[in-house]
Design a binder for this molecule. Sequence first.
Ligand SMILES: [Zn+2]
Ligand SMILES: [Zn+2]
Length: 433
Amino acid sequence: MMTLFEREQQACKIIDSMRQELIGIAKYLHENPELGQEEYKAVAKINEFFESKQFQTEIGLTDCPELKTAMRADAVGIHLVKDDTALADTAGAQSEVSTAEGITVTDVADITATGTVDGQMDDASEIYKMAFLGEYDALPGLGHGCGHNLIALMSMGAAVAFACVAGSNWQTTFFGCPAEETIGGKVYMAEEGLFKGYEAALIIHPGGDNEIGGTSLATHPLEVTYHGRSAHIASLTDSGINALDCAVDLYQAVKELKKTFPPHAIVGTIFTKAGEAPNVVPDTATLRMTVRGGTVEDLENIILPAIKKEAQRIADEYEATVDMHHYEPLFKDMRQDPRLLQIFGQTMMEFGKRPRVLPDDEADGSTDVGNVSYEIPTAQPTLSIGSGLEAHTPEFACAAGSDFGFEQAIKGAKIMAITALRFAHYCVNTNTK
Ligand SMILES: [Zn+2]
Ligand SMILES: [Zn+2]
């Protein structure tokens, strides 16, 4: 038998053995930043890595055009630790390891004579799956100002280490998720059902502090276009229908409406079309709004219907017409899995720093990881790559390419691998599927 603790140690050794390789890839991504849906170099590099580890890989997932720079790497039935006799030496050990409060995992794994790690579970035919989410898109003008090159590193390292030691009834998938900063690749991946059947999805985001918990806002950007009728501004016979007046009224009305919205609602509005010449009554005016809410339900059932109703009312008042459409997909709010958070928190502490625990409803942004969290248990803690850093700044981009950033990411890979192992044992021992 290989104890859970031994598996964890082995996972860390495997990550250490890939250290230079992983850092090399994160550096390459940092030096070759690519915007969402254009991450060809990143995907090729990551693919090469997983092929060298005998994973089955696929670039471009489903027929969805948004997913042409998505990828997956599957370790199905691959045992990468073949000749490590140290593993076989531990046969016979059985241990109970207490992890985060309230979660006790019993190790029931077995190791075959050849040294492959075999998770001997009650029902050996049962197959479990673990997903590691990688990102790799950069920001215009800032390069890796959100540190997604380090997200790639962490999830790559953790996926390989987990696949090596989790046991044969665990399947491991690294999902390369494109365009987090723009269209949200995971929105489409979730829609295509790619995460179905997985026990959990893990991801760590670099940041300015170690944090677990919190959420992210649901967001569904809306474009509103008014169509009126143009006329000379000084015409004595035709005053036209002023589309810009409609847009301005809506802008004002939304500011008032906001007072009635549920907590955490945010609406940011700009005018993207507001007339061509001041001596012509504008026949077209367009607003773009980022509309966010604490939950999908608040956003889709309360906030957006209220805005749309008001937009229509204003159009009617002016005898204009109005078109409304969502120019980006719905990013759902993040539902962090409490069990994963507990294990993540405990593991981070063991690695030297107790994470700050955020209140369940604290959110300072939106992410497509939320859409994954509506499908399967998911958690995304934050790992510090420099005290007090804020993402989407030049300083953050610098930290994401620094030696300290890489060191932290190697640590993050270990934290993620250990969390995955502990959750895997929890799943098996509580028959959680
Ligand atoms: Zn970002
Ligand atoms: Zn990010």
